[in-house]
Design a protein around this ligand. Structure first.
Ligand SMILES: Cc1ncc(COP(=O)(O)O)c(C=O)c1O
Length: 479
């Protein structure tokens, strides 16, 4: 049998760091094992280990143990060491006690929809098909970083500076006032949302209804009052309702996705963005702009978003996870000279830093010009898939079904007449190998739209055709 673990004893409480003699050792050990009846049967620290810890000779320890044995406090068992007297059986430690688990908040768990369920056609995935992501070029960058003599040993908690500089340059080209020193690299943009949530003083955040559900859950989980601002996938925001809600609830922050909102694919018009910026001044709330879809836009001449229109106080986030590879998990948050410090502190207390090696790989990818080439290719590929999806919907869908045409991003919204039972539709589709994510948890209360998102970036044209064909068959069956 292997030797059992040994008890933890404290030798410092009665020691000033100087060498303990045999009498002192005997006294310290005796005091602790006699005062604790749970120790009977437990092994004492091995002679060598204690000799190393206390910096005294093995002989001294051995003599102390012999003395404890002579006093009947411990016994020796062949070869396995010294054990506290009291039980015949050697015991690894005191009898285990089943302690109560920590009390957790009551959180309804949202099931994780795997992007690649075996043989399922994922009709609502927001991911980009990994088959069109630049895995080989990324591999080349990984190899280069790992071979280079400058492989990072420590991380810059704010994120690898050359990467932040690259990002800042790109954003300045898009009309935003950004300095590398005001960027924090994050573990996907999800962490960027989390960081803001941690430092926000007024614990009330308004966001779209339907919302990006993991953002909404993040706020709610952190005890933040979360206010829904209804967005119609076809008509956008209702000015009167937004204005009333903002005036009434006075949120500290409004979190919005400027382009291709998840789940409804909506992109704000310039008039709407300018209204939001005015409200920010009027009702004194900060803005967090989520631009996850900004680069998934073909014909992507620059369209000013909230940071460009509202200035440097607007917090801006974006991510490489969808466009490059989900497993990279790199995103970023752009702040300014006033807001960067608390956000950085939030990151340090949360995950300390993001992996510097991955940041270096991403820098290399941008620096070699691969990102721009890839985006061009990606946008063309997404265009093909988007066109195909629209064509299929026009071809297969019955009369009174409608859908949006966002022109980019990964998703569009399909809306059904109320008489269609969406739960039943989803269940039937699932039996036929097509998975659809109902955005029920993304709404604040009863859904005001009756539909779901279709993600055209994830499926090949033929997979999309199979999915839409089955969807239309199930709708017709219900009608
Ligand atoms: C609107 C939106 N923002 C942020 C995220 C988080 O993405 P990531 O953490 O992968 O960058 C997602 C993920 O799907 C999203 O849909």
């Amino acid at each position: 049998m292997e030797r059992p673990p040994y008890v933890r004893l404290n030798f410092d409480s009665e020691n000033s760091g100087r060498s303990l003699n045999v009498d002192q050792l005997v006294s310290v050990i005796k005091k602790q094992i006699i005062s604790n009846t749970h120790f009977s049967g437990c092994r004492l620290p091995p002679v060598r280990a204690l000799s190393h810890q206390l910096g005294v000779s093995k002989n001294t320890i051995q003599t102390a143990y012999d003395e404890l044995r002579a006093q009947g406090v411990v016994e020796s068992k062949d070869r396995s060491g010294f054990f506290v007297s009291g039980t015949a059986e050697a015991r690894p430690f005191a009898a285990p006690i089943n302690v109560p688990g920590p009390a957790f908040k009551n959180i309804s768990y949202i099931g994780y929809v795997k992007p690649t369920q075996k043989n399922m056609i994922s009709l609502s995935s927001v991911f980009v098909d990994p088959r069109i992501l630049p895995k080989e070029k990324l591999t080349a960058c990984f190899k280069s970083v790992l071979k280079s003599p400058g492989i990072p040993e420590f991380n810059d908690p704010q994120g690898f500076l050359p990467l932040r500089e690259k990002i800042a340059t790109r954003l300045r080209d898009r009309g935003m006032d950004v300095d590398a020193s005001h960027i924090v690299i994050t573990n996907g943009s999800q962490q960027a949302i989390d960081l803001v949530t941690r430092v926000l003083e007024t614990k009330a955040i308004a966001t779209e209804d339907p919302s990006y559900h993991l953002g909404k859950y993040l706020f709610e989980m952190n005890g933040i009052k979360t206010i829904g601002l209804p967005i119609d996938p076809f008509k956008g925001l209702d000015e009167k309702v937004w204005q009333d809600r903002l005036a009434e609830n006075r949120p500290g922050l409004v979190y919005l996705t400027t382009n291709f909102q998840n789940p409804n694919g909506y992109s704000y018009s310039s008039a709407e963005l300018s209204k939001i910026v005015q409200w920010s001044k009027e009702f004194n709330f900060g803005i967090l702009e989520d631009d996850w879809g900004g680069e998934m836009l073909s014909y992507s001449e620059f369209k000013p978003g909230l940071r460009a229109m509202g200035g440097k106080n607007v917090l801006y986030l974006n991510s490489f996870t969808k466009k490059l590879l989900p497993s990279l998990r790199i995103g970023y948050l752009v702040a300014n000279e006033k807001t960067i410090e608390p956000l950085l502190m939030a990151k340090r207390t949360s995950t300390s830093s993001t992996p510097g090696i991955i940041e270096s790989v991403l820098f290399e990818f941008l620096d070699r010009g691969y990102y721009d080439t890839h985006l061009k290719f990606l946008q063309q590929e997404l265009d093909i898939r988007y066109d195909n999806c629209l064509k299929l919907l026009r071809q297969y869908m019955p009369e009174d079904i409608k859908w949006t045409s966002p022109g980019g991003g990964p998703v569009l919204w399909i809306e059904f007449p109320r008489r269609i039972d969406l739960e039943m539709l989803v269940a039937r589709l699932s039996e036929r190998g097509v998975s659809v994510q109902l955005p029920t948890t993304a709404f604040f209360g009863k859904p005001h739209s009756h539909g779901f998102k279709i993600g055209y970036a994830f499926l090949s044209p033929s997979e999309m055709e199979e999915g839409i064909d089955k969807l239309s068959q199930e709708i017709r069956r219900q009608i």
